[in-house]
Design a protein around this ligand. Structure first.
Ligand code: ANZ
Length: 861
């Protein structure tokens, strides 16, 4: 073995790490800890995609770097293995989801091991393992005990095609997120978790987290806190009152009509006889629309008059009550006071149905729009007139409270979490029903395992597949022996991922979800890396459970994930498209000017880069260059296995880190993989003789000269700083610069090579271990000390002086450090410089300016 052959060295070191359990997490708690976590994968049937190794390599670099810096590192992996695809496959083929899952997990594990990630494989968790979901069920019991889990008949998002209910978050534009099937509203008995009770704490907790601002903002928007007032409007000639929630109580004098959501309880009660039919028709229509369609600003407003009137408590005037679907039943109180002067939706509605508009905030002079939503002084508002919005709000709330017509109120957009699914492949609820009433089974009876079944089809009426397992469903109350029925819904896929990071701390622990000593040592997670698609749901649900567990005394930190980073998406290779009109190439800029244009896919060799653009080779004709999301239908999916087979895992890892900043979206380029592969080859040949496989003759035991130390320590400084900043691409550049420099040297002292290989090892651990071994070490490199940067070596032995003649630089000299401040010496050297001399010859030297350690300026006349 002499030339660089990843296929030989990589499997060798993978076996070494496995046999020696090199990355087993240390048990002692004396050292500082570092918990670095990946979002565990759903083991799909298609194996790893190139997006997985991106985040996983980043965390692996950190794990390895921290170990070398004396930390105890927890770096685990596991499987988020419940979920719909395995169940759909089971419906189609009869293969039990457990079998599919196991097969996929084995493939994923093998792929991850082939990439040389330094996971502690003894801590692997699998959410479908009864020893794991026992504790998921245990946590559910805690939620139930605390009154945070309840059954409710809720209008749910029912997807007939998938045969299941979906959470709001899983419905996009009225279609299922998975599969894109139509979703309708249907009332059903469901389990719901009271996440709303934690809304305020989920909001507050975000402040101290080191998370991307965009992710925090998404969570804040999702929770959607608004402060305002609840105001009661009396219905004229009725005993009823309509309560509204408003963020702008200051605008009440401009409330010229009211709107009830079509589903509002009072609609039937107050609608007058003549309007009943119109209202009923309208309600039916509204039921067919999704919330999103109903609230879209651009959509034409619709509505119907109830014939009833309410009394504006501020003006005492009667205002008409309408029903309109732009008001949602699930937000606030499901009713609004409409203020067209200050609210755009109300303005549109008022215009369409000819309702009065009164401005109550003075718009700026140059304002030309419709509703004015900005700041300004109150007008047309009696005792509020002249006050700014915030002052007016306070004053009117006081007034409302005094007059018993309203009070200050906070509202959240966050809804309780619909927590049951009509599926087989999920955690069973630890719940039985005795005489129709739910009852927890008790901790001693956990886990409640899934029954064996071979028919995974849901029933037509929406009953879950588990309803067919009658032997399992019909059970008895373990406490009384009375007949009981098991809950046949299962938990949603989010459940298992809400707490897996805790299980890793003590995966074998039998006394609870986590051993409290281990939890206290390891938590919180110091670094969590995963996709931005989890910005809201997984990360919000997990934070919610964590806070509940905190309240139960199970965990000691208020938040689970201290620092969060999202890796950017990897797109397919850049694709080039050229355009022809009537057989002639035309520039991509002009393609829209022609009616008939032929689009032609071009290969990389057919184009060249010109400035920021690409053109057809040898011409000025511009083509389009665009990278697309990888997808099977586009045929641009890169399979990580192929890359590992061809170039090795180290190149794959190095390439994915070299592509660009971790958090950025980046196109794939196999050509660039080749580039990093050649870099590793250069590293190899710098040290190993390709013919003999021995160390090169240039590798010596000598002390390195200062110039070499300077190059090395520049590299140490850069790589160390860049790893801390997660700037892995620039760290790799720094190592490339080092190798370019080092290749010019005649001698390669071992001490320099040792340090460099350590720097390389977190990125390309296989080649690093192999070279480390060949450099004469018999222990793994994984726990050696990270090279220490020494500033002293960065100071150069010489001082550079640029030399100006009459203000223009005409030459430069290097003077020995000890002479750098010697004016006479520097000036005489400067004047002797060849090029400078030529300028001096033509005139009289009238002045010599010497700035120590900076510059020399000579003035000639
Ligand atoms: C009067 C008003 C005047 C309003 C004004 C706004 C501007 P956020 O901030 O999103 O919480 N609203 C209340 N409940 C609603 C529902 N169920 N469906 C649709 N809209 C509803 O928005 C709160 C505002 O949204 C409330 O304040 C209410 O309109 C409307 F110049 O009341 B406002």
């Amino acid at each position: 073995m002499s030339s660089y052959k990843p296929e030989d060295i990589e499997s060798k070191w993978q076996e070494y790490w496995q046999e020696n359990k090199t990355f087993k997490t240390p048990e002692d708690h004396d050292k500082p800890k570092y918990y670095v976590l990946d979002m565990f994968p759903y083991p799909s049937g298609s194996g790893l995609h190139v997006g997985h190794p991106e985040g996983y390599t980043a965390t692996d670099i950190l794990a390895r770097y921290k170990r070398m810096n004396g930390f105890n590192v927890l770096h685990p992996i596991g499987w988020d293995a419940f979920g719909l695809p395995a169940e759909q496959y089971a419906v189609k083929t009869g293969t039990h989801p457990r079998e599919t899952t196991e097969k996929n997990v084995n493939r994923f594990r093998e792929q991850l091991q082939d990439l040389g990630f330094s996971y502690d494989w003894d801590r692997e968790v699998n959410t479908t393992d009864p020893d794991y979901y026992k504790w998921t069920q245990w946590i559910f019991l805690k939620l139930y005990e605390k009154g945070l889990a309840y059954e409710d008949d809720v209008p749910v998002n029912w997807c007939p095609e998938l045969g299941t209910v979906l959470a709001n978050e899983e419905v996009i534009d009225g279609k299922s997120e998975v599969g894109g099937y139509p979703v309708i509203k249907k009332p059903m008995r469901q389990w719901v978790l009271k996440i709303t009770e934690y809304a305020e704490r989920l909001l507050e907790g975000l402040d101290d987290l080191d998370w991307p601002d965009s992710t925090k903002k998404m969570q804040r928007d999702w929770i959607g806190k608004s402060i305002g007032a609840d105001i009661d409007f009396k219905v004229a000639d009725h005993d009823e009152e309509i309560r509204v929630f408003t963020t702008r109580p200051d605008t009440i004098f401009g409330a010229t009509y009211m709107v009830l959501a079509p589903e509002h309880d009072l609609v039937d009660e107050i609608t007058i006889e003549d309007q009943k039919e119109a209202v009923a028709n309208y309600r039916e229509e509204a039921a067919r629309k999704s919330d999103l369609e109903r609230t879209e600003l651009s959509d034409e407003k619709t509505g119907v008059f109830t014939g009833a009137y309410a009394i504006n408590p501020a003006t005492g005037e009667e205002i008409p009550i309408w029903v309109a679907d732009y008001v949602l039943v699930s937000y606030g109180t499901g009713a609004i006071m409409a203020v067209p002067g200050q609210d755009e939706r109300d303005w549109e509605f008022a215009e369409k149905f000819d309702l009065p508009i009164v401005r109550t905030v003075q718009p700026p002079e140059d304002f030309e729009g419709d509703a004015y939503t900005g700041e300004g002084k109150a007008i047309n508002s009696e005792f509020l007139n002249g006050l700014e919005v915030d002052e007016a709000k306070e004053k009117i709330i006081d007034w409302l409270e005094e007059h018993d017509a309203g009070k200050k109120a906070v509202n959240y957009k966050l809804r309780d979490w619909l927590f049951s699914r009509q599926r087989y492949w999920g955690e069973p609820f630890p719940i039985i029903h005795v005489d129709g009433e739910p009852k927890p089974v008790g901790e001693d009876n956990l886990p409640v395992t899934l029954p064996e079944m071979d028919d995974f089809e849901p029933t037509d009426d929406g009953n879950p597949p588990l309803a067919k397992a009658t032997d399992w469903v019909n059970t008895e109350d373990p406490e009384t022996g009375e007949p009981a029925k098991r809950e046949t819904n299962t938990m949603p896929q989010w459940a298992g991922s809400c707490w897996y990071y805790l299980r890793y701390c003590s995966p074998e622990f039998e006394g609870g979800p986590v051993d409290s000593d281990e939890e206290k040592y390891w938590m919180p997670v110091d670094m969590y890396v995963g996709g931005a698609e989890h910005s809201v749901l997984h990360l919000l649900y997990a934070r919610f459970w964590h806070k509940v567990l905190y309240d139960c005394g199970v965990v000691s930190t208020k938040e689970p994930f201290q620092r969060l980073v999202h890796q950017g998406m990897i797109l397919g290779e850049v694709e080039f498209t050229g355009y022809k009109h009537e057989g002639n190439w035309i520039s991509a800029n002009t393609k829209d000017d022609f009616e008939e244009v032929e689009r032609i896919k071009l290969d990389e060799e057919q184009v060249e880069k010109k400035g920021d653009d690409f053109v057809i080779e040898g011409t000025e004709i511009r083509v389009d260059a665009k990278a697309h999301k990888m997808s099977k239908s586009r045929g641009n999916v890169v399979n990580p296995d192929d890359i590992v087979d061809q170039y090795g895992a180290d190149s794959m890892r190095l390439y994915e880190m070299f592509m660009g900043p971790l958090e950025q979206v980046k196109p794939w380029s196999t050509q660039d993989v080749d580039g990093v592969y050649r870099f590793l080859g250069r590293v190899w040949r710098m040290i190993i003789d390709e013919d003999s496989g021995e160390l090169n003759d240039s590798v010596t035991d000598e002390e390195p000269p200062k110039e070499q130390l300077k190059v090395l320590h520049e590299c140490i400084q850069k790589v160390t700083g860049d790893i801390t900043d997660l700037s892995f691409n620039t760290a790799i550049s720094a190592m490339m610069i080092f190798v370019n420099e080092a290749n010019k040297w005649d001698n390669h002292p071992k001490s320099v090579l040792n340090s460099f290989i350590k720097l390389l090892s977190p990125f390309a651990p296989h080649i690093a271990e192999e070279i480390w071994y060949r450099l004469g070490h018999d222990e793994t490199i994984a726990y050696t000390d990270w090279p220490e940067f020494n500033e002293e070596y960065l100071v150069s032995d010489t001082q550079l002086y640029p030399i100006q003649v009459n203000g223009k630089v005409r030459g430069e000299i290097h003077v020995p450090r000890e002479k750098a401040k010697d004016k006479e010496y520097v000036l005489s050297e400067a004047k002797a410089e060849d090029n400078v001399q030529r300028y001096l010859e033509d005139g009289n030297l009238v002045k010599e300016i010497f700035v120590p350690e900076r510059i020399v300026n000579l003035v000639v006349k």
